[in-house]
Design a protein around this ligand. Structure first.
Ligand SMILES: [Fe+2]
Ligand SMILES: [Fe+2]
Length: 127
């Protein structure tokens, strides 16, 4: 495996650790353990920083117009291609919680995509 492969693996691991710790923090807060929640949140922010650094080394970060375009493609690919397949399979498997999670995420992706498109077109109008 090349260093780029290692960076990709590290990016995935660090990203997931960040989300996992934020989820653990939410649970700790539900349990009234504010001190533990804050420890998880601080660690999550560190993991996020590690993931961002890995991503920058993998592909660099373009200028904002390009990032908006890339985000539009990414969001659209997910709600148009990926989530419908996920929903279909989850329905076949009768996993209704997963169906609902995928539907909600897909709707949200569409909103994000639209917001990014509006933002990009208003930037393009300004220039
Ligand atoms: Fe880390
Ligand atoms: Fe999204």
């Amino acid at each position: 495996m090349s260093t780029i492969d290692d960076l990709k693996e590290a990016f995935a691991d660090e990203s997931q650790a960040s989300v996992r710790y934020l989820t653990f923090a939410r649970k700790a807060r539900e349990e009234g353990r504010e001190d533990v929640a804050e420890i998880f949140e601080n660690a999550a922010m560190d993991e996020l920083g590690h993931a961002q650094r890995d991503l920058e080394l993998i592909q660099g970060v373009s200028k904002t117009e390009d990032n908006l375009q890339s985000a539009i493609y990414g969001e659209a690919a997910e709600y148009i291609n990926k989530y419908p397949d996920f929903i279909e399979k989850a329905l076949e498997e009768n996993n209704i919680d997963a169906v609902n999670a995928f539907k909600e995420a897909a709707d949200n992706q569409q909103l994000h995509s639209e917001r990014f498109m509006e933002t990009l077109s208003s930037i393009n109008k300004q220039s």
